[in-house]
Write a protein that binds this ligand. Structure first.
Ligand code: DNO
Length: 357
């Protein structure tokens, strides 16, 4: 597997030279966050980004993410224009050597949390999701939470200008149930996957986070059965998943090592996110350090499952705590994610050496 680290480009407070110093690092996962959703990513900008990353001897082969325009998820007439743009973006990405594109199909909101800085007993802070709290909130309140908690950085998916269209979007989603969303996803994939095939790009859908409906909006990429339905929508090796332990993990019926083995056996895992979470009740949880003892997920078993399937793709530590006084994008600080990588490296070394005994 190739160890990678998410980097938010020129607005990221973490310099690439620091990332390059993480032991065992192979590359960076990035995107063009300034390009409005639905527009074609210009090749000139992509070349600049790639050159910048490569100049620190870091590889660049995964995009997280090329976001999908709401009109595609809604199945509106205008979707064809946005799908054509998406195809052109894939072609441009393939020209700079991108091998994997992560995307998601969550209506309106990407990942959702009710607190971006929940204090833990060690005085670090983490992202958390409290279902009871969400019940009393309006979507606008969520934007406030994100704005006030994001240390002046615009979190992708939470651009404030999106607020202007929120009411209208909610109106439109009134007519969209889970089955409609599935059929809109199928339409999208039937168009996109043949192009991904020509471009040698693996499409890796990111699970819904959290993996259940919020504000009454349908969410479908949530569990083993639905992930299987996704890969069956269009039969192609290019149609696969981002296996995100922290997004799927809050559902008790999602056994992450089992999912890795099950979808790994079908060669459907194109990208891996590893992090830990601790549930506080059925629909509430907070994020923790990566260490197994800190959360519900057994990170050793997860890494073991990746080793068992001979995973060759890119893997990255996911959200970490904010520690050691670092101020930055919630979940995306340098220190705790670098500790995550050190931990994965340790587990991997132990797995390898134990096999040779
Ligand atoms: C949150 C991330 C998500 C992810 C997108 C992929 O931290 O895991 O925003 O990048 O859902 O499309």
């Amino acid at each position: 597997m190739k160890m990678t680290f998410r980097w938010y480009g020129k607005d990221d407070k973490i310099p690439l030279r620091y990332i390059a110093q993480i032991p065992g690092i192979d590359g960076v996962v990035a995107s063009l966050i300034d390009i409005p959703v639905g527009e074609v990513w210009p090749i000139s900008e992509l070349i600049k980004l790639k050159d910048c990353i490569n100049s620190y001897s870091l590889n660049f082969e995964v995009i997280e993410s090329v976001n999908v325009h709401e009109s595609i998820k809604l199945g509106e007439k205008s979707r064809d224009k946005y799908i054509e743009n998406y195809k052109q973006t894939l072609k441009n990405l393939s020209n700079i050597g991108i091998k994997t594109v992560c995307y998601n199909f969550m209506p309106i909101f990407d990942w959702t949390r009710t607190n971006l800085a929940k204090p833990l007993s060690d005085k670090s802070t983490v992202l958390s999701f409290d279902y009871d709290m969400l019940k009393d909130l309006e979507p606008n309140d969520l934007f406030d939470i994100v704005k006030n908690g994001s240390a002046d950085v615009v979190l992708p998916g939470w651009e404030l200008d999106r607020l202007n269209e929120i009411e209208e979007l909610f109106q439109k989603y009134k007519n969209i149930n889970e089955e409609n969303l599935w059929s809109n996803l199928k339409y999208f994939l039937q168009e996109i996957i043949p192009v991904a095939q020509e471009c040698d790009i693996n499409m890796a859908i990111h699970p819904d986070d959290p993996p259940w409906s919020i504000f009454g909006l349908p969410r479908i990429i949530t569990c083993k059965e639905n992930l299987q339905r996704l890969v069956d929508l269009v039969d192609s090796p290019r149609n696969g998943i981002t296996l995100c332990s922290g997004s799927l993990g809050p559902r008790k019926d999602n056994d992450i090592p089992d999912l890795i083995r099950y979808f790994g056996a079908q060669n459907k895992i194109h990208f891996a996110h590893v992090r830990n979470i601790k549930s506080t009740n059925t629909y509430s949880f907070y994020e923790t350090a990566h260490l197994s003892d800190e959360g519900n997920l057994d990170i050793y078993e997860i890494m073991k499952a990746y080793d068992d399937i001979g995973f060759k793709g890119c893997i990255r530590p996911d959200h970490g705590r904010m520690i050691w006084g670092e101020v930055g994008m919630p979940g995306y600080g340098l220190y705790d994610r670098a500790l995550g990588i050190a931990y994965f490296n340790g587990i991997n070394e132990a797995i390898k050496k134990a096999k040779n005994v």
